[in-house]
Write a protein that binds this ligand. Structure first.
Ligand code: ADP
Ligand code: MG
Length: 334
C-alpha cells in the first residue's frame, strides 16, 4: 500500500474548562504531564492541593501500568499473551474494568467492544506507523473480535488470538479512581483533564463552564455547558487520525466492520457522573450515529450527550439542552 502523505494528528485541545474568577483561587495548584499517550492536566484548589496533586499523578501512572497494552508486564498485556488470567493474579481494578466493559458492550449492542485489539493493531493506531489495512486483513481479524469471545466467570478466559484494548474506557475509569482518591484530601475543587476526559469537582457557588471543541476547527468552540461535579468526555474524528489519498481515517472503529465509524458524526460529548461511563458511551454513541444514539441517551436518564454532525449541526439530549450555550454561528437542531 502506497502511503504518499500520511499525517497523524492528535488534537490536544479537546475540551476546555473556561475559568471563572471564583474557581481560580489563590491555593490552586496545577501540573501537566504525559501519560496514557496523552496530555494530562490537573488543577486542584484547597489546603492539601500539593499532596493531592502528587498522589493523583502517582495513581494515574500506577493504573496506566496495569491497563496499557503497550506496557510489557501490564495486566492487559499478560492477558493478551496468555488468553487467560485468574482474578487472584490480576489487580482488582482490572477485574472491575473488564466486568464493566463486558456489560457496556452488551448494553450498546457491541458498538463499544474492548475485544477489538486486532483491528486497532492493523490500523497501527498504537504504533509509530499508521496504515490502511486490506479488506482481507480486516475480514480475517473480524473472526477474532467480539464480546462473545471474552468469558468472565472465576477468571478471564479469552478465545485464542483475541486482543483486548481498553483505549475507549481506561482514561475515564482512571479519572473516576482519581476523583475517589481526592476525597481523602482537604480540597475545595478540582479540574481533571485526561486527554478528552474532563471531570470537574467542587463545592463552589457557580457551576463550571466547560467549552466543547468545534470538530471542524478544534482550537475553537461550538459552545459551552454549565455543569458541576460530573464528567464530560468527547470522542471525535479529529482527535487521532491520519490521512491517505485525501481520506481521513480516525481511531474510533466500528467493531462490526473494523473500519472507522462513519455514521455522519464528527463528535459526541457525554456528560454523566461517572467518567468511565462517559468515556465508553461517547465512543459507543459515535459508532451508533445520531438517530440511534439520541434514542439510546433518552432511554438512559443517567447520561446526557451533545452530538455534532459532519455538517456541523449540534443536537443536545433533553436533559442538557438548557445548560448548553451555543456560539452564535452554530446551528442547533431541536
Ligand atoms: P480517545 O482515546 O481519543 O479518548 P475514545 O475514548 O473514543 O477516544 O477511544 C478510542 C480508542 O479506543 C481507540 O484508539 C481504540 O484503542 C479503542 N476503540 C476504538 N473504537 C472502539 C470501539 N468501538 N469500542 C471500544 N474501543 C474502541
Ligand atoms: Mg471513549
Amino acid at each position: 500500500m502506497n502511503i504518499k502523505k500520511a499525517a497523524f494528528c492528535y488534537a490536544l485541545s479537546i475540551i476546555m474548562v473556561l475559568f471563572t474568577s471564583c474557581q481560580v483561587m489563590s491555593s490552586t495548584k496545577s501540573i501537566d504531564f504525559f501519560a496514557m499517550d496523552t496530555v494530562i492536566s490537573l488543577k486542584i484548589s484547597g489546603k492539601q492541593a500539593d499532596t493531592a496533586l502528587t498522589q493523583t499523578k502517582k495513581e494515574i501512572k500506577r493504573l496506566e501500568g496495569i491497563f496499557s497494552n503497550t506496557i510489557e508486564h501490564s495486566d492487559i498485556s499478560m492477558i493478551n499473551q496468555n488468553f487467560q488470567a485468574d482474578f487472584e493474579t490480576i489487580h482488582p481494578e482490572t477485574k472491575e474494568i473488564l466486568q464493566l466493559s463486558n456489560h457496556l458492550s452488551e448494553e450498546t449492542n457491541g458498538c463499544f467492544d474492548i475485544t477489538l485489539g486486532n483491528f486497532v493493531k492493523l490500523w497501527g493506531f498504537t504504533e509509530e506507523t499508521k496504515r490502511v489495512p486490506s479488506p482481507i486483513e480486516l475480514q480475517q481479524a473480524q473472526q477474532h473480535v467480539g464480546n462473545a469471545h471474552l468469558k468472565l466467570a472465576d477468571g478471564i478466559l479469552l478465545e485464542q488470538q483475541i486482543q483486548l484494548d481498553l483505549g475507549a474506557i481506561a482514561k475515564g475509569y482512571i479519572t473516576d479512581q482519581v476523583v475517589n482518591l481526592l476525597q481523602q484530601y482537604d480540597i475545595d475543587s478540582a479540574i481533571l483533564s485526561i486527554g478528552g476526559n474532563v471531570s470537574v469537582i467542587g463545592n463552589q457557588q457557580q457551576p463550571f463552564q466547560v467549552g466543547i471543541a468545534n470538530p471542524m476547527q478544534p482550537d475553537t468552540l461550538i459552545g459551552s455547558i454549565s455543569v458541576s461535579n460530573c464528567a464530560i468526555v468527547t470522542s471525535g474524528d479529529y482527535q487521532r487520525y491520519f490521512e491517505q489519498d485525501g481520506i481521513r481515517y480516525h481511531h474510533i472503529l466500528d467493531p462490526k466492520t473494523g473500519y472507522p465509524a462513519n455514521q455522519g458524526l464528527s463528535s459526541v460529548t457525554v456528560i454523566c457522573e461517572s467518567a468511565a461511563l462517559a468515556d465508553a458511551y461517547a465512543t459507543a454513541l459515535f459508532v451508533m450515529g445520531l438517530d440511534t444514539g439520541i434514542q439510546f441517551v433518552e432511554n438512559h436518564p443517567e447520561i446526557e450527550a451533545i452530538f455534532v454532525t459532519k455538517e456541523g449541526q449540534v443536537k443536545c439530549s433533553t436533559g442538557i439542552d438548557s445548560q448548553f450555550t451555543p456560539h452564535s454561528n452554530v446551528q442547533v437542531i431541536s
